[in-house]
Design a binder for this molecule. Structure first.
Ligand code: PEP
Length: 252
């Protein structure tokens, strides 16, 4: 059976103190998370250390939202994968559409970040997804295929076995517009098929999360689909009760 992972991407929200409070709020309700669902939170860099410390013993895993493409050195403002891993952080989100869109991340950069993530034993949550105009032009399969081939196909089978993928249609992120569960299933199954072209049967074990305005009201429907193995949750991860309720979508 594939793992189920629900991850909260806090983006540039919460102060360190608020982040620790949010973590504690989630921890207090962890007994309500259905068995077998892995819970991950991704706070900003400034409170990664405090949140990772507070998460110890709670069953909650911690992710960074990004990491540097280089190992170390004169890269002002960057945070290396080694620094992140040294805090006990286990995951790193790579290729989020906001980073592709606002910070010009390309497959070339993301390949370098992947190298850094794996070199430091971080599990990448690699984001793919098409823009609205690409979906309207019927190009979503091609866009997602390229995003997978240009980065994921460079991994070794051992690295691939650890990878998590998040399918996030850009038109659904933070917009309140969710992909229908059928749209999600269609493209998740497509992604799994592309992964299988390179990695064979191992693709059956890859966790493919859905992201894009997932919330307590639509999570159960999305998670009912066979190739939707969890969610990467933005807005609804900023309230402990909502984040837990999204994870409960797996129970319904
Ligand atoms: C995200 O940023 O990964 C995301 C899915 O955001 P939201 O849930 O707010 O659409």
């Amino acid at each position: 059976m594939r793992k189920k992972i629900v991850a909260g991407n806090w983006k540039m929200n919460t102060t360190p103190a608020e982040g620790v409070e949010l973590l504690k709020g989630i921890a207090a309700q962890m007994s309500e998370v259905p068995q077998g669902v892995t819970m991950v939170v991704a706070p900003p860099f400034t409170h990664l250390s405090m949140v990772a410390e507070a998460a110890k013993g709670t069953g909650i895993h911690v992710s960074a939202q990004n990491c540097a493409a280089e190992a170390k050195g004169a890269y002002t403002g960057e945070v290396s994968a080694q620094m992140i891993a040294s805090l006990g952080v286990e995951y790193v989100i790579l290729g989020h559409s906001e980073r592709r869109q606002y910070y010009g991340e390309t497959s070339e950069t993301l390949n370098k970040k992947m190298v850094q993530a794996y070199a430091n034993n971080l599990i990448p949550i690699y984001c793919v997804g098409e823009k609205l105009e690409e979906r309207e032009a019927g190009k979503h399969f091609d866009v997602v295929r390229s995003q997978v081939e240009e980065v994921v196909f460079n991994l070794t089978p051992e690295q691939f076995a650890k990878l998590v993928i998040a399918y996030e249609p850009v038109w659904a992120i933070g917009t309140g517009k969710t992909a229908t569960s059928d749209q999600a299933q269609e493209i998740h199954a497509f992604i799994r098929g592309v992964l299988a072209e390179k990695f064979g049967a191992a693709a059956q074990d890859t966790v493919i999360q859905y992201g894009g305005s997932a919330n307590p009201g639509n999570a159960a429907e999305l998670f009912s689909k066979p190739d939707v193995d969890g969610g990467l949750i933005g807005g609804a991860s900023l309230k402990a009760g909502d984040f837990i309720a999204v994870a409960q979508g797996f129970k319904a």
